[in-house]
Design a protein around this ligand. Structure first.
Ligand SMILES: [Zn+2]
Length: 90
């Protein structure tokens, strides 16, 4: 981003700070270092950290756990109140 005279210094400082906070919350693959995309499946390997689907295929051991990448607002914007177990179809 190029600093211009049209954008006041305070506004620019606030923008940079918020972008830094967002970047700090983004999950990364410990294999390739790529920032993981929202909705992407991530695999946890014991002692090896997390891997994206592409890197997980190269691992010799089975993943200990997996989860879907959510936005930084997950858990803040929409809150699940109904925690009853899902009913099975008869
Ligand atoms: Zn990866």
């Amino acid at each position: 981003m190029q600093e211009t005279n049209e954008m006041p210094a305070l506004e620019l400082a606030l923008l940079r700070r918020s972008l830094g906070e967002i970047a700090g919350r983004v999950e990364h693959c410990d294999g390739c270092g790529r920032a993981l995309l929202i909705g992407e499946r991530v695999y946890e390997f014991e002692g090896r950290g997390r891997r994206c689907a592409l890197c997980a295929d190269r691992e010799r051991q089975a993943p200990a756990d997996s989860h879907t990448v959510h936005t930084a607002a997950h858990g803040h914007s929409i809150r699940l109140l109904d925690r009853r177990p899902a009913k099975r179809a008869a």
